[in-house]
Design a protein around this ligand. Structure first.
Ligand code: TMP
Length: 236
């Protein structure tokens, strides 16, 4: 299997076709954006860290019964994944109030919920990824009712596995965004990435932010936060 043409370039990754029609290669960039591309920058070394961290977490999830698109890491920044058609929904799970939740409902950050919440955004940059509920997603034929049910139960399973794992390394999993894809035979699998770009991680003791909020909010020490997450997860 070999890399052929570039299929797509997103804000944080490039995707290449391969000589195997069922596989693609993702290539993680150091580019960082926030607020739908309004804020732009570079986080040096981010691509390498997000590749390693995502692959570690995808394998942990596979071991715990969550099907994912992961196939094989082939270099510092590149990974072979199953070719899927992405369900155009951002699936957000929250354990603690933060970010847009705190803003929308006028509450402080840091309220620990009794139960996790789930929400969907329509993955559409031109519209600014508007919030939608599952009925809207079904009406717009973004997914079937059955697919939405599968996505919801997988997303909560991901939360159970990751929340417990992060707690064991001294990190509170505040919230995160997932994307799912459909393989050629119609199976729903976890896709995209799970990294400090797409999760909020707070140190359990100090509550220090160890994720992309350091970039979004100009808090400084952005690279160090990514390095700390890699170190706690991978010991490197
Ligand atoms: P939010 O509080 O801004 O809605 O973000 C919730 C979570 O989703 C947070 O962990 C960051 C992640 N996220 C993304 O991965 N991509 C995005 O475009 C946005 C807005 C949030």
């Amino acid at each position: 299997m070999e890399k052929t043409v570039q299929l797509y370039e997103g804000k944080a990754k490039k995707v290449y076709a391969t000589t195997d029609e069922n596989l693609v290669i993702v290539d993680y960039k150091d580019d960082a954006t926030a607020f739908n591309g309004l804020k732009k920058g570079t986080i040096s070394g981010k691509g390498v860290i997000n590749n390693r961290v995502t692959n570690f977490l995808m394998q942990l999830l596979e071991k715990n019964g969550v099907p994912t698109h992961f196939v094989e890491e082939i270099s510092e920044r590149e990974t072979v994944v199953k070719k899927v058609s992405i369900v155009p929904l951002e699936v957000i799970i929250r354990n603690i109030s933060a970010g847009s939740f705190a803003k929308r409902f006028g509450v402080e950050e840091g309220i620990v919920f009794d139960e996790p919440t789930i929400e969907f955004s329509y993955k559409n940059d031109d519209l600014g990824d508007p919030l939608m509920n599952s009925y809207h997603a079904i009406a717009l034929k973004l997914a079937t009712k059955e697919e939405i049910e599968t996505i919801k139960s997988l997303a909560f399973k991901v939360n159970e596995v990751l929340k417990a794992y992060f707690l064991s390394i001294g990190i509170e999993l505040v919230d995160f965004k997932l994307e799912f894809g459909k393989t050629s035979d119609g199976t729903i699998v976890l896709a995209d990435e799970i990294s400090p770009d797409t999760c909020r991680f707070w140190d359990s003791k100090t509550h220090e932010k160890l994720d992309k909020d350091r970039f979004r909010r100009d808090l400084g020490n952005v690279e160090d936060a990514y390095i700390e997450i890699r170190k706690r997860l991978l010991g490197e």
